[in-house]
Ligand binder design. Structure first.
Ligand code: DAT
Ligand code: MG
Length: 140
């Protein structure tokens, strides 16, 4: 399979606890390369736009509040089968269901404060990368 790109966010619950390096190490150890990275404090409009697919869900308000509470680190990860591989490294959405060794098992506080976001499919990966990065910020 050719190299693939996916989009990742290290969420506020993780940046607040200074876990950025430990999380990036998990990506790198699994063979994913960080080819774009920046620390930003998301605006409410950005968080609402990014998570628009969830806007009818009961947890939407809480999700937006959590995403804008502290800075985040947005990244593009590249590697073989990067989208699926990243989802495996992240673990299940609810940390109670996440496998041993995954980021969410080790670090997540709850289903909402679950430390990382990762794209779920090629189409969403492309959209999410574009949402936060210009082409010249990505150095593959
Ligand atoms: P994932 O982040 O694993 O792709 P998702 O796309 O279903 O999960 O949901 C996006 C985020 O919304 C998730 O990371 C945390 C939050 N969320 C999802 N389900 C939730 C729930 N039942 N209660 C609170 N927050 C939830
Ligand atoms: Mg999702």
């Amino acid at each position: 399979m050719a190299l693939e790109r996916t989009f990742s966010i290290i969420k506020p619950d993780a940046t607040r606890r200074n876990l950025t390096g430990k999380i990036i190490a998990k990506f790198e150890d699994a063979g994913l390369r960080v080819i774009a990275s920046k620390r930003i404090h998301m605006t409410r409009a950005q968080a609402e736009g990014f998570y628009a697919v969830h806007k009818e869900r009961p947890f939407f308000g809480e999700l937006v509040e959590q995403m804008i509470a502290e800075p985040v680190v947005v990244q593009v990860l590249e590697g073989e089968n990067a989208i699926l591989k990243n989802r495996e490294i992240m673990g299940a959405t609810n940390p109670a269901n996440a496998d041993t060794g995954t980021i969410r098992k080790e670090f997540a506080l709850s289903i909402g404060e679950n430390s990382v976001h990762g794209s779920d499919a090629p189409e969403t990966a492309a959209e999410e990368i574009k949402f936060f990065f210009n082409d010249d910020e990505i150095v593959g």
